[in-house]
Write a protein that binds this ligand. Structure first.
Ligand code: ADP
Ligand code: MG
Length: 293
């Protein structure tokens, strides 16, 4: 590989909105065979909205939203932003929460008016020993099958309600995945969300495989497993919870809305919102490598 041709490729990438950190990254993009795509914030816009708030066991939807918003106020997660926005739209007076902790891939917890408030998925409630009735569990499965994400709200060890949030696919998601497949690449959706939600979104965008219910800390292990099966893996993420996976991959691509940490762990930064920038980057790398040979 001549350094000059690679440098020309890097320059060409810049014009296309593909910031390639160096010749090595360009070379790696030409030989990958698998593209792993994060769901929230990468295939979807990550601009979530609350669809409906349910109160359970006699609790009002309003009190559920109030307490959830108190805790989520301290979190940066797209779900948290949606919950807080809804509470403010409804003009609710959100109480103060103390000692809020974000629990990556699970939810968040904090203390509101002397009671521990939990906001998150069933795995979090299992971990904290808060029972989730069968009827609620069925409702969660239904909303996941519709592609929505439901978060549970618990107060002082009791489930008090749930909140359904929706996210929308980027318009370019399915066309970009189709192009990657035409290029002979295997496409994989990787998410911390439940299986049914992952499968629904995966079918909509047409990926070859869905890997769901993966904690942020385990995402890089998934990448390493694919590599141990002989795959050369590109990981595309927005950096919220996937910086380690971006770093483990043969090639890490960060979409532009990503956080600084993702930018640091990525080899290529995609500054176009349009996901067609992913096949563009790989095609550019392949062309550059062919020119060199
Ligand atoms: P993804 O892998 O799709 O980017 P994350 O790893 O960020 O998703 O989150 C996985 C799951 O963890 C979410 O679907 C949600 O159930 C739960 N979760 C994470 N953070 C929060 C939060 N702040 N509030 C509620 N639920 C959360
Ligand atoms: Mg994400």
């Amino acid at each position: 590989a001549t350094p000059t041709a690679l440098m020309v490729g890097v320059g060409r990438g810049g014009q296309l909105g593909i910031l390639i950190k160096g010749p090595d990254a360009l070379e790696a993009s030409g030989v990958i065979d698998t593209v792993v795509l994060d769901k929230t914030g990468t295939l979807t816009t990550g601009e979530m909205a609350v669809e409906v708030v349910h109160g359970h066991g006699g609790h009002s939807a309003e009190s559920v939203l109030e307490r959830a918003a108190a805790v989520e106020h301290h979190s940066e997660h797209p779900i948290a932003r949606a919950v807080v926005a809804r509470a403010s739209e409804e003009g609710l007076v959100v109480p103060d929460a103390a000692g809020v902790r974000a629990l990556p891939g699970l939810g968040a917890e904090g203390e509101v008016a002397g009671a521990i408030v939990l906001v998150g998925n069933p795995a979090l409630f299992r971990e904290r020993g808060v029972p989730v009735p069968e009827s609620v569990e069925r409702g969660l499965e239904e909303s996941a099958a519709a592609g929505r994400t439901a978060v549970l709200v618990g107060v002082a060890g009791e489930l008090v309600g749930s909140i359904e949030v929706t996210d929308s696919l980027k318009e370019s998601a399915a066309p970009a995945v189709a192009r990657l497949k035409e290029m002979g690449l295997r496409t994989v959706l990787l998410t911390g969300d439940r299986r049914a939600a992952g499968e629904t979104i995966g079918a909509q965008v047409g990926v070859d495989e869905v890997i769901a219910e993966v904690l942020p800390t385990d995402k890089s292990a998934v990448i390493e497993r694919l590599q141990s099966e002989g795959r050369r893996v590109a990981m595309v993420g927005d950096g919220i919870n996937d910086a380690a996976a971006l770093a483990s991959a043969n090639l890490g691509l960060a979409v532009v809305s990503g956080t600084d940490v993702a930018m640091k762990s990525a080899d290529i930064i995609l500054v176009r919102r349009d996901l067609n920038v992913i096949p563009d980057a790989i095609a550019l790398a392949r062309r550059t490598l062919r020119t060199i040979k």
